[in-house]
Design a protein around this ligand. Sequence first.
Ligand code: HEC
Ligand code: HEC
Length: 279
Amino acid sequence: MKWFLKTSALAVIAASAVQADENANLVVNGEIEITTRAEAPAHIDGLSEVLSGWLFRSSETQALQMDDFENPGMIFVDEAIEAFNTVEGTESNSCASCHENPESLAGARATHPKWNDEAEEVRTMAMQINACRTEQMGAEPWGYDKADMLNMEALMASVSRGLPINVAIDGPVEATYALGEELYYTRTGQLDLSCASCHEQNYGNYIRADHLSQGQINGFPTYRLKNAKLNGVHSRFKGCIRDTRAETYDVGSDEFVALELYLAARGNGLSVEGPSVRN
Ligand code: HEC
Ligand code: HEC
């Protein structure tokens, strides 16, 4: 993004004549209705409406997510179904030993990240899956945002599709939420941009050919046409921060867990839609 350094950062963001179909409705397989626009949650001051990233993609990309046979992300869901039923680790358990089938975990994606009382920590979905692997199965943890983990996250998302994101922001997660919010609004890097500079103040506009969305995370993990694989939330954060020429945090870091909790709650009311398709 060298062009960015030469121009005053946001001068290159301009409304464009090319419009994606922002009025389209998302129904998957003709049956799962996905809420892609909703009233903004009361705790979000900067938005009146929350909008799924799906609305900002081209009609061709949108169509890929409307049918599981067209959605390249669903191949990885199939791989995860196999993993779900595979015994691993010292305890001779598979996920299915305790969770009858993936559908029995419907709803979990909608409430993560969330507080875990016993561990006294905020857990993302990835952290919960690894806690189950290490503590319940005696198996090795999967790498954060690595293929095995993203596949399982995609499976967990797919069985929750259509359910409203409902991430808690009070009680024991208050401090984490506050940190996430602070990170979201802090301007950093040579370009002096925050997440909000692009995703709150400029969504709907274009950065070059890219139609800026609100940067919601209800669609994660996301199959990106650009790299033809599933992408995790934290890796996406990293990419966006790098584009602003700022120092970034690691996937799985406390900072990114906080940012994930804050962003997830920014989308409360939108449907779970992963694995989504984006460019
Ligand atoms: C020996 C039993 C056991 C095994 C095996 C197991 N889990 Fe769990 N899982 C649990 C328990 C108990 C919880 C309750 C939450 C907790 O840890 O506090 C849980 C919670 C979860 C949750 C969160 C549910 C919610 O509603 O918030 C997810 C998601 C999950 N497990 C996924 C998996 C996956 C994927 C695997 C396989 C990689 C797996 N689990 C293997 C016992 C197990
Ligand atoms: C210079 C502008 C810019 C900044 C600053 C920026 N992003 Fe992005 N972001 C983009 C662009 C461009 C895309 C791809 C198009 C889209 O979905 O908006 C994107 C995509 C995303 C997505 C994927 C949305 C989806 O539906 O798949 C997320 C999540 C995201 N950004 C989060 C963040 C976070 C968190 C920050 C701050 C740490 C941030 N972004 C900072 C430009 C930016």
